[in-house]
Write a protein that binds this ligand. Structure first.
Ligand code: SF4
Ligand code: MG
Length: 316
């Protein structure tokens, strides 16, 4: 397989007055070129931090980020700037990342201008029009301002901007979570089409497993800075193994579920990510916890081909 990104033993810790916050705590995964990895978990599990660390918007505490064979943690700032032309991010709320004083065409043009990608003004303008067509933004909106547009159109501007350079790889951080359900589907379809057309690779970050179901090739589930389960999407949905994944999945209404498959209500508080103990971080909320779960940290183990689980009890 043609691996575009590999993350090895990645850690991101933050010093806080109360101790060390383990936001991302020794995670491993890889993504094939042209595929989507869904990165799923509740808010605060470290998924957004992971996305930012991969792009070096935040510096990792430890580990390797290997993009096309190079550990990009070793790149100089200028080399990293060069690489960022192909590694981009789409945010949940494009509004806060779009300059309210700039028109739609100016916003899309800006990265092309800043990176001196197209110097000729007329050619640059043609490229802006091409990008607007590509993301399904009517050319009539060229001279409007972001606040005049609805959330779906604003997200299309965010996507056009992310595609303006030589983009190959995109971190999509909750790109549809702020949108109405009807518009969510449009934006997901657009992202899917663009992926095919441009051979893009995505890391798709979301708290909502139902969003990544038909969208991801593989899904990785995070809990308190750890990967607890990782599998091909269908495998994860049909045969979830980790108790936390099961609980997440049980919260999604699905017509195929039997009537006796009840929603699993998680009890207990999320453990603090500050100075965490060396045990299973899900133990205080898990219905299956045994003493080993309190004493020892489970390792991520491959239980069937491509299906990894981190659990003392369900890893056979
Ligand atoms: Fe539950 Fe133990 Fe598995 Fe953790 S290791 S998920 S506490 S059974
Ligand atoms: Mg987030």
């Amino acid at each position: 397989p043609d691996i575009i990104l590999e993350v090895k033993n990645l850690k991101k810790y933050f010093d806080t007055p109360k101790g060390t916050l383990h936001a991302v705590d020794d995670i491993n995964f890889s993504i094939e070129k042209g595929k989507t990895l869904g990165l799923v978990g509740e808010s605060g599990c470290g998924k957004s931090t992971t996305g930012r660390v991969i792009l070096r918007l935040l510096e990792a505490t430890d580990g390797e980020i290997i993009y096309k064979g190079n550990n990009i943690r070793n790149l100089s700032a200028s080399k990293m700037r060069e690489l960022r032309k192909e590694m981009q991010i789409i945010f949940q709320d494009p509004f806060s990342s779009l300059d309210p004083r700039m028109t739609v065409s100016e916003i899309i043009e800006e990265p092309i201008k800043l990176n001196k990608l197209i110097i000729d003004k007329k050619k640059r303008f043609d490229r802006v029009l091409e990008l607007m067509d590509l993301v399904g933004l009517s050319r009539r909106l060229m001279n409007t301002y972001p606040h005049e547009l609805d959330g779906g159109r604003r997200q299309r501007i965010g996507i056009a901007r992310a595609l303006a350079l030589d983009t190959k790889f995109i971190i999509c951080d909750e790109p549809v979570s702020a949108l109405d359900v009807s518009i969510q589907a449009q934006i997901l379809n657009l992202l899917k089409d663009l992926q095919k057309k441009l051979a893009l690779t995505y890391v798709f970050i979301t708290h909502d497993l139902s969003v990544v179901n038909h969208f991801s090739d593989d899904i990785a589930v995070m809990y308190l800075g750890k990967l607890v389960e990782k599998a091909p999407a269908k495998d994860l949905f049909d045969n979830p193994i980790h108790p936390y994944t099961k609980a997440l999945l049980s919260a999604i209404p699905r017509p195929t579920l039997d009537n006796d498959d009840e929603m699993i209500i998680l009890k207990g508080e999320i453990t603090s990510p500050i100075n965490p103990k060396e045990n299973c971080r899900f133990a205080n909320r898990c219905n299956y916890a045994e003493s080993v779960c309190m004493d020892k940290e489970p390792k991520l183990i491959e239980v069937s081909k491509g299906h990894f689980v981190s659990c003392h009890i369900f890893n056979k």
